[in-house]
Design a protein around this ligand. Structure first.
Ligand code: 5GP
Length: 203
């Protein structure tokens, strides 16, 4: 069994990355979600250990000091980080892992693990993103404006990613996401052992 592939997904708020991941993870594509640690407060509907590992700043700083995180960042005044051991163990077990992290973390992962695969989710247009953020009705006008500005900055970094997926139609976006996961696992460079094994069996 070969080592799993590390996938990283980023997207501006309102682009539907949670839904895409949720639907893709429900399919049988050998993909595991890596739960991050954070110091932000739990939102309604979230569960400790499933949505995030919710930590105090002291606990999080101890995790950094103990080298427990693969990457970490401070985003909107809170710490976020990827637990190292779980990711390593899952990849070593031959399973693919997906991280749902922001752009700075994604860049750090690519530097650390060049064979990781970065996927950026785009809205069909800025107008549509604005419409979706308004429709959600969870934020006031000022916050929506901030989110749209932030989205523009984040989208400017999309070119650094290996793949971009436009979330216009959700089912199509999920299908395209799954295609990327599958295509990456068929790459020759990831299947050298398989080629050797089949060659040896045929001799
Ligand atoms: P939220 O607070 O809305 O759940 O997440 C805020 C941002 O932090 C999102 O862009 C999310 O993808 C990102 N994020 C979540 N976990 C991690 C992590 O472990 N590392 C980094 N760098 N970003 C993360």
């Amino acid at each position: 069994m070969g080592r799993g592939i590390l996938f990283v997904v980023s997207a501006p708020a309102g682009c539907g990355k949670d839904t895409i991941l949720e639907k893709a993870l429900a399919k049988d594509i050998n993909l595991c979600y890596s739960v991050s640690a954070t110091t932000r407060t739990m939102r309604p509907g979230e569960t400790d250990g499933i949505s995030y590992y919710f930590k105090s700043r002291k606990e999080f700083e101890q995790m950094i000091a103990d080298g427990e995180l693969l990457e970490h960042t401070e985003y909107c005044g809170n710490y976020y980080g990827t637990p190292k051991d779980t990711v390593e163990e899952t990849l070593n077990g031959g399973k693919n892992v997906v991280l749902k992290i922001e752009i700075e973390g994604a860049g750090n992962i690519k530097k650390l693990i060049p064979e990781s695969v970065l996927i950026f989710i785009l809205p069909p247009s800025m107008e549509e993103l604005s419409r979706r953020l308004h429709k959600r009705g969870t934020e006031d006008e000022e916050t929506i404006c901030k989110r749209l500005k932030q989205a523009e900055t984040e989208i400017a970094c999309a070119e650094k990613y290996d793949y971009v997926i436009v979330n216009g139609d959700i089912d199509e976006a999920v299908e395209n996401f799954v295609s990327v996961i599958k295509a990456e696992s068929f790459k020759t460079v990831r299947n050298k052992d398989l080629i050797l094994k089949i060659k040896a069996n045929n001799m």
